[in-house]
Design a protein around this ligand. Sequence first.
Ligand code: ADP
Ligand code: MG
Ligand code: MG
Ligand code: MG
Ligand code: MG
Ligand code: MG
Length: 690
Amino acid sequence: MGLLSLGTPLDWPEAQALAEHVREHGITQFLNLWAKIKDRRGDGLLWGDEIEYIVVAFDDGAHDARLSLRQAEILGVLAQSDAETRAALPAGRAADIPTFHPEYGRFMLESTPGAPYGVAPRQLCLVEANMRLRRRIARKHLLPHELPVTLTSFPRLGVTDAPFTEPPLEARGNASRSLFLPDEVINPHARFPTLTANIRKRRGAKVAINMPIFHDTNTPRPFIDPSIPRGRDWFPEDAEAAAGAALPDHIYMDAMGFGMGCCCLQTTFQACSVQEARTVYDQLIPVGPLMLALTAASPAYRGYLADVDCRWNVISAAVDDRTKEERGLEPLKHSRMVMPKSRYDSVDSYIAQDPANRPEYNDNPLPVDEKVQARLEAAGIDRLLAQHLAHLFIRDPLVIFSEMVDLDDEQSMDHFENIQSTNWQTMRFKPPPPGGQIGWRVEFRSMEVQITDFENAAFSVFIVLLTRAILSFHLNFYMPISKVDENMARAHVRDAVHTQKYFFRKDVLRARPRHHARDVSAGGRGVRSGTPRGSRASSPTRGTSAVRGTASPAPSRTTSRAPSPELGPVEDEYAEFTMNELINGKGAEFPGLIGLVYSYLDSLNIDVETRCEMALYLDLVSKRASGELMTTATWIRNFVRSHPAYKFDSVVSAEINYDMIKKLDRIERGEEDAPGFLVSLAHERALDLC
Ligand code: ADP
Ligand code: MG
Ligand code: MG
Ligand code: MG
Ligand code: MG
Ligand code: MG
């Protein structure tokens, strides 16, 4: 989660009254920062990952796996041991010690590398070891019956047939007022219960998350969930489920914790300049839904198998603070505007000042705070960036600390970050924080966390290399952003890798003259031996400097962005592809993202061992896309459905859940093979030879 300020959080009516104050000063803070950093250049290509864990407490006697709520104690012990390690290490090395952070769920942990990595392939070989080290450190500081698992959703979070926390707790908290989740599952730092309560109060009702149930052979039709305590009458909100919030044939969830209690895998990239950051941001937008489908790992919620494989829509609905008017269900009377999306949703606009960024691509409705946009433009910010920020600033701040209302806008970014960090989108564009050490960054946020660090490293490294290929070859992935949203919806479908096609740009090489582009794209993975963009990428140094040298000039203001008819209709630029085609290539038609990554690797002089290690990672991504290996979600669904205790009624019982997590742990430790899911142990061991 974002920053954790200390202080007294304001209750919703007081916070709401200060919304305009926060927006206004947030923009002042951004403009003050912008004046200092808009021309910042030359930052190194650094990146880092974030991995989230669920801490499970096993009761082996009872054959049960519950959520441990000891986050605070665990982080305390980790901080203590961290301080000791730092004191014992030479000064230069202390920065490399991994760090652990709190998360929304009191059963969650987050870890990051102690310092960002470089992007050279030799450095990418260290990523998996770093992730494993973090997992070992976390394990070592837990109780003997606890375990950090990188499971995207805990299948029995919020069940009502048995306790799912340790210690057992009743769901009757005033923050979420949930029928299922006790407030004690929320990180007790004042920010989190306040965020939870203020989302509910702003919306005027509890959040309502409905994921379609997976209808198995014995699942009743219609499925009217018997586990919802429909008759409860402790809070006024208790009546919502029976009054229509809980849909038939769906798994109904009513609290922020169901979403923010999910774990993900994020990667953050530093760019050399704001222009490069805007390019990376834009080019990764169409990649987001593909990676969501490929990393899908969360097919079960509140004790049931769902007919979706991933978490995104769950979180989106879990923090949907929009009023009925904002959701377009009632005419506007009290609310400012209709907002088509939750504050946790996919990105709505491309932002790069790039001739390839045709105005037609920004075809999503883009409600903006007009005052904010006018101020930004008056201050010289170009329209694309002004719109991006004015779109984020349609939201209200949710948590305001009374001690943090009047701030020095020259020094603080708190009001800006308040809005920025509660817009949880597929990508995040991060300005340099005050202080000068860190540059412009872009965060890639769609991926689900994987069970093993081999997989987490593989997907992270893939995205890093793809980002390098994008910049080195000046790739063009632009297509209408509404098609990206369509892909986002398709990515949620059960087994989306096999059952769906995805829109993508047909010609991703923008080299001119066009006959050259065709030479390069010919041959699918054969693109490896080609040299995209002529000799531009023939060496890393030349490739990098060439790309930077040609970075689009940054006019301080894009005045008019008229449609570009001379380029032909945008509809001709994209087509539908299978995941296999997109990742592994489609003959002469499309090089495949893996093909582009190999082209990039070929443009570098890397040693055989490094290449061999990169190939192991790329093979995992490639095989998950081709179907040779199944996604985590498919593995979980198959495990549940083939468990002897499963009654084909969609129910994930305590026993099934326990056996599943135990087995995933053995797989993670390399004690057990997982054919069809991961390459064999023998293959894994080959990694150590590299
Ligand atoms: P948040 O939770 O706000 O997304 P975190 O601090 O948890 O942010 O994680 C940020 C990630 O960015 C970490 O992986 C970290 O290693 C990485 N990182 C830190 N500094 C830089 C930098 N200068 N460039 C790129 N990545 C960075
Ligand atoms: Mg996190
Ligand atoms: Mg983080
Ligand atoms: Mg975060
Ligand atoms: Mg993050
Ligand atoms: Mg390994």
